[in-house]
Structure formats: C-alpha cells, structure tokens
Design a protein around this ligand. Structure first.
Ligand code: PRX
Length: 680
C-alpha cells in the first residue's frame, strides 16, 4: 500500500480554537467580535455595505442608493448610480502610494521561469493591452474570450478588458475545441485571445489548433490574438490571426489608457459553469458588487495584511482564479502569485518549493490537491522550508477531516489556521468560512456565514431543517457578489436559482448546521458532480456519449473517489447491432475528451441492457448512485419502475466493473509505491 492519509480518530471531532498568536494580529480577533459585526451587517445591510464600499473602493461617482434587491423577480442591483473602474481600483490608485514598486503579480512558469510585475509595470502592460483591444475595434460591452494557460497575459488581458469596459469570458485551457466554440457562440465574442500551446506536466497542449477548429464555426469572432508560449508550429489565418507580442510592441501603442467610467451594474465578465441540465450557463458578474465583495472577503477571510504574499493555486479559467488571484488581491494592493504548472511535476514538492522560494504567507488550494500530495508522503513536505506560511485555505469541495488534519499537521505545522471556504461561480466570492483568528475550526465543516450573508437549510417541504438535519442550502438575502443573470437566458436564471425555494437563492448543495452554528456541506443535490473541485453536469457528459453511433442511452453518476472527491461513472446502453468491448470503451472516453475536455472522461464505464426508469421515462439516478456506491441494500422500493428487473442485472454487472477497478487501482498503487521509493 502507498502512503495514505492516516485517519487520526481521536482528533476527528475535535474543534480547534484559533491560534492565539494569530488572533492577536487578526482583523477580527474573537468570536464575539465576529458575531457583533455579523449582527450589524444583517440588521443594517445598507449601512454595512456602504461603509465597506467607502473604505475599500475608489469611486468616480458615489451611489444614489446602496441596494435594490428582490429575489422574487429576481432583480438585484447594488450601488445604483455609482461609477468606477475595476482596473483603476486594482492598479492606478496603488500607484499614488508606496505600492507603486511593490510586486503585484509574481508569475512562476511550469519549468521554473519566473517574472515579477510591480504595480507600475502591471499598469503599463494592462494599458498597452487595452489600447490594442481598442485598436482591434473592441468597445465597451463587447465580449472577449480568453483561451489561455496560466501565463501573465491572462491576468493582464482581464484587467485590460475591465479598463475599457469590455466583458471577458475565460474558457479553461483544458476544455476542448467544441466546448470553446459553444461558449464563444453563446456570448457572441468579437475577439479570441489564445496562444500557440500550453505546458502541462512536461507535455505541450496545442491550444491554437483547438482554437482553429473552434473558429471554423464562430461567425462573430473577427480577430484572434495569439501569444507565443511553447514555440510549437501553428497555422495563422490571414486577416484574422495576429501575433500578440508583435502587436503589443508596436510603438504606436500607448502605455497609457484612460479607464472607462463604468456604471456599478455594467457587466464585468461572463464565466461558464455546468448546470444540471442542458448546456453550460454563462454567469454574468457586474462591476461594483463583484469587486467590492471579492475585495472584502479577501481582506477578512484571508486576514490580508500589507506584507503578505498570497498564493491561490487555482486556474484563472475558474471563478476561484478570477476572484482570488486577480480581483480580490489586486484591489487590496496585495502580492499575488500565479503558477502555471501542476502540483506534482517534476516532483511532488513543487508547491512547497514555490512556498519556500517566495516565502508565501497565505496558501489557498483544493482538497483534491491536499489528498494527492498527502498520498506522496510527508518526506516531500519536510524537504522544504515552509515556515513562512501563516494561514491555509481550502475550496472546491468538502474537505474530509483526514485531509484537513494532514494539512493542519504537515503544512500548517499546527500553527496556521485553516479556512474551509464554501462558495460557487454564482456567488462571486466566499459566502461561508470561519474567520481565522476569530472562530474555532471544525474539521470538515465550512463554518460560519460571512458578513451580510444569511444562509439557511431547508427541508423539501420548505420548512427549516433542525439542528444536524440534512436539507438544501439556500441563501435568504442578496449579497453584492451574486451573479446577476445567466447571459442571454434570464428565464433559466430564475428557474435554476429562485424557483425551488421561493424568496431564497438555491445553491444546489445539501448541508446541515450543528449546535455551534457551523455549516457542514454535504455535496450537490442536483445532477451536478464535482470532480477534483471542477463542476460537471451529468447531462453534458451524457449528451456527449449519445453522440457516438453505438450509444442508445447513457446515465452518469458520481462515485466517491479517494483523490478526486468524486469520480465519473457511466452507464451505457448500446444500440442493437453493437457489442461492448475495450475498444468501444476507449472510443467513448475519446468522445467526452473531444466534446468537453479531459476532465469529463469517465473513470468507469458499465454497459447495461437497460436503465432504471420511472414509467414516465425519467432515469432514476438515485438508484444508480446507490449501486455505484455498493449500497444496493439501500435502494428501497423499485416497484414503481417501468422494468424493475434491470436493477438486478445492473448490480450483477457492477460487480465485474468493481473488480476491474480494484485491479487497476492496486496496479497503480504498486507502481506509484515503487516510484516513490526511487525518488524520496
Ligand atoms: O458543491 C459546492 C462545491 O463546489 C460547488 C461550486 O463549484 P464552482 O462553481 O465550480 O466553484 C468552485 C469554487 C468556488 C459548490 O456548489 N464547493 C465549493 N467549495 C466548497 C464546496 N463544497 C464544500 N465545501 C467547500 N468549501
């Protein structure tokens, strides 16, 4: 057996008080102080947010009204009548202070190259990029799609859009050409920004090739800006494609660009995320509310202090990177690290090497990363001096107590508080997390609501759940960072978030609250799965599988996965005339990679003769989930199914797939065990 996270049973249900040393210097120093600020923020939200807005944002024009929010419509507005510019807040205003020559962004490349941008330098790059976009005809309100790896130009490009009022939409570099095309067409982008290729664990991914395929059917894209990252050969289409470095170096491009005066509710960006049905949703975030919310949550939840070096390991292709690599940190004038690589390449101490190199103080990552690094063994963490760390964070999925304790002991050295931050692409910023230094930590629980946020757990009948009772997590009131709509589809916005529990925002997550008021997240309760902290709609993967000529029907369910949190299990029913085979399995995996990207490929496929359906034809995923979790005895009554006999057959077939999976895992562990012995 390889190095596993060793459960520490006697500590599992222990509550950890905030470390005294930390509390002394924290912005919020005690539970009483937290409760007092929280109470005020709920009793007088207008007063609270106005005060935060005065202190944290520079406005070109002040608001006439702080908020006007109605979940029943839904219609949500903050800082009505106010004007500001996001890039001005993230850059220009710092240039008037000692921060002018402070590091804003430290970029570390996969192969150890690095660049540091001071606020002054970043400002110059952003202005030039903004002027280039203008030259290409991009105007306020136009959409610009970014399909880039974690290179500085991505952060620069987003800030450049915000400077001129263009709306950015980042498509994660791991998505396929088809996924990219869908998103470009949905938001009708005018310009695509990409690069030749990206590095991933020593391999090169041909991004421009993918972009070329996508651009075959994207009529709105007039221009494609291409950065050079890997030096691989690419095809350039005349009249459309432009070498970005050359265009930016043009002496006619000025290093000054006036920031556009944006209305508080003008769109800032669209970010696509998976839903339980249909195609991905383009969630729209607006200017003032989003910026304020990310800035304030960054300050309090990460207890940001001027001298901190902050590292969020997420990719900017996801909301975490938007909010806590770019906007939250830069609005606060912080030093933010941006890392191109992966945690285990070339060695499993890559992250700790970076912590040592830049003396990182606050480190924010995902449970899947913690679990995979724990598996590599403690020797890797001990090789590096990580004593600069003072606070750790977790995001993306529930962190299991074993992983929490491993993080606490081996990375936090029992000295650093851990913030388990619950939020979503829709929420813009963190909604639930215990404030470090103020609120005791409860491993496995995200903790308490942030200021101004009123969560609740509701039972299916709409009544509030009692202590420790499971239910749906809703938010009763608005907060400035909430997404304002689904781009081009307000009806879906209303149906998805505001129709299930009327008058409340429905998160799609299950939760319970314990006697201390700590929220425990219990995973998605809709047809969304969470693979390594990435959200995937089961419907999206199913739609991809049924495109294959052999497939009649498919049903996807998540299953507990040691490292990824959830794995993807596909039940596939074939068309007559087709036989199941290893080759067909490979083809189906390829199909999902092509339509969505490598993150969506099933971990296991089971060919079935029929799927459990109600008489009205709805697939009963609940039953499939129980089968996959080896809890067939908990399936319950199946007499209402159209054909109850399919269940028995699926259970039999599942045993064969399980033993294959077991074999595969054991083989992998033996190999990894050998590899570890060689390298440590
Ligand atoms: O299920 C919750 C889970 O991730 C979902 C949101 O995914 P996404 O929009 O991609 O944003 C991820 C990063 C903010 C949630 O509905 N989730 C996120 N953080 C946590 C979590 N589940 C439990 N605990 C968390 N700390």
């Amino acid at each position: 057996m390889g190095n596993r996270i060793i459960p520490v049973p006697h500590e599992e249900h222990k509550i950890f008080p905030p470390p005294e040393e930390f509390s002394k210097k924290a912005h919020v120093k005690s539970e009483t102080e937290y409760s007092e600020i929280y109470r005020k923020s709920i009793e007088d939200p207008e007063g609270f947010w106005a005060d935060m807005a005065e202190k944290n944002i520079t406005w070109f024009k002040k608001w006439e009204k702080v908020m006007d929010c109605d979940f029943s419509k839904p219609d949500i507005k903050y800082f009505i009548g106010a004007q500001l510019n996001v890039s001005y807040n993230c850059l220009d205003r710092h240039l008037k202070t000692y921060r002018k020559n402070k590091a804003a962004l430290i970029w570390e490349g996969e192969n150890g190259e690095n660049k540091t941008f001071t606020y002054q330098e970043l400002h110059r790059h952003v202005c030039r990029f903004a002027n280039l976009l203008k030259k290409l005809g991009v105007k306020k309100g136009d959409r610009v799609v970014f399909y880039l790896p974690m290179i500085p130009e991505l952060a620069i490009g987003l800030l450049a859009c915000s400077r001129i009022g263009a709306v950015h939409s980042v498509v994660f570099g791991g998505f396929s050409a088809t996924a990219l095309r869908e998103r470009i067409n949905d938001c009708q982008a005018k310009v695509l920004v990409t690069c030749d290729g990206s590095f991933r664990a020593g391999k090169v991914i041909p991004l421009k090739n993918n972009a070329d395929s996508a651009l075959l059917e994207t009529p709105t894209v007039k221009q494609c800006l291409v950065f050079n990252r890997t030096g691989i050969t690419i095809k350039m289409t005349e009249g459309r494609d432009i070498f970005a470095e050359k265009a930016l170096a043009d002496e006619n491009i000025s290093s000054w660009c006036k920031p556009e005066e944006m209305d508080a509710e003008d769109p800032l960006f669209i970010l696509y995320t998976s839903g339980s049905t249909g195609k991905p949703k383009g969630l729209l975030h607006t200017t003032a509310g989003y910026l304020l919310y990310t800035a304030v949550t960054f300050k309090y939840i990460f207890d940001y202090h001027e001298e901190d070096t902050f590292w969020c390991t997420a990719d900017i292709g996801w909301i975490t990177g938007h909010s806590y690599i770019v906007y939250g940190p830069l609005c606060n004038g912080a030093t933010s690290i941006m890392f191109e690589g992966v945690p285990t390449y070339p060695h499993p101490d890559r992250y700790w090497e970076i912590v040592e190199k830049y003396k990182v103080n606050v480190f924010y990552t995902a449970p899947t990363v913690i679990r995979s690094l724990a598996r590599e063994g403690e020797a890797w963490t001990k090789k590096r001096d990580i004593s600069s760390l003072r606070l750790l964070g977790s995001v993306g999925e529930p962190i299991n107590p074993e992983a929490w304790l491993w993080y606490h002991h081996n990375i936090g050295k029992e000295r650093c508080p851990i913030v388990d931050t619950w939020w979503q692409t829709e929420t813009g910023g963190i909604l639930i997390s215990s404030l470090p230094g103020a609120v005791p930590m409860n491993p496995g629980a995200a903790g308490r609501p942030f200021f101004g946020v009123q969560p609740a757990v509701m039972k299916a009948d709409g009544s509030p759940a009692g202590e420790n009772e499971d239910g749906a997590l809703v938010i009763k009131n608005a907060w400035p960072g909430i997404t304002r709509t689904i781009y081009g589809n307000p009806k879906r916005y209303k149906e998805t978030y505001f129709s299930q529990h009327k008058g409340n925002y429905f998160s799609g997550d299950g939760a319970k609250v314990d006697k201390n008021g700590d929220y425990h997240l219990l995973g998605r309760i809709d047809d969304v799965i969470n693979v390594s902290g990435h959200r995937l709609g089961t419907a999206e993967i199913e739609s991809s599988l049924v495109v294959h000529p052999a497939v009649a029907e498919a049903a996807i369910v998540g299953f507990p996965h040691e490292i990824k949190g959830q794995g993807i299990f596909a039940f596939v029913m074939l068309n007559s005339g087709f036989q199941s085979s290893k080759d067909l399995e490979k083809e189906l995996v390829k199909q999902t990679r092509k339509d969505i990207g490598p993150i969506a490929k099933p971990d296991a496929i089971q060919f079935v003769e029929g799927l459990p359906k109600t008489r009205s034809g709805k697939i009963m995923r609940r039953i499939l989930r129980k089968i996959v979790e080896d809890k067939a005895d908990e399936i319950g009554d199946i007499t209402t199914l159209a054909d109850p006999t399919v269940v028995e057959k699926i259970i039999e077939g599942r045993e064969a797939v399980s033993s294959k999976q077991r074999e595969k895992r054991e083989k992998r562990e033996t190999m990894e065990g050998g590899k570890r012995k060689d390298s440590t």
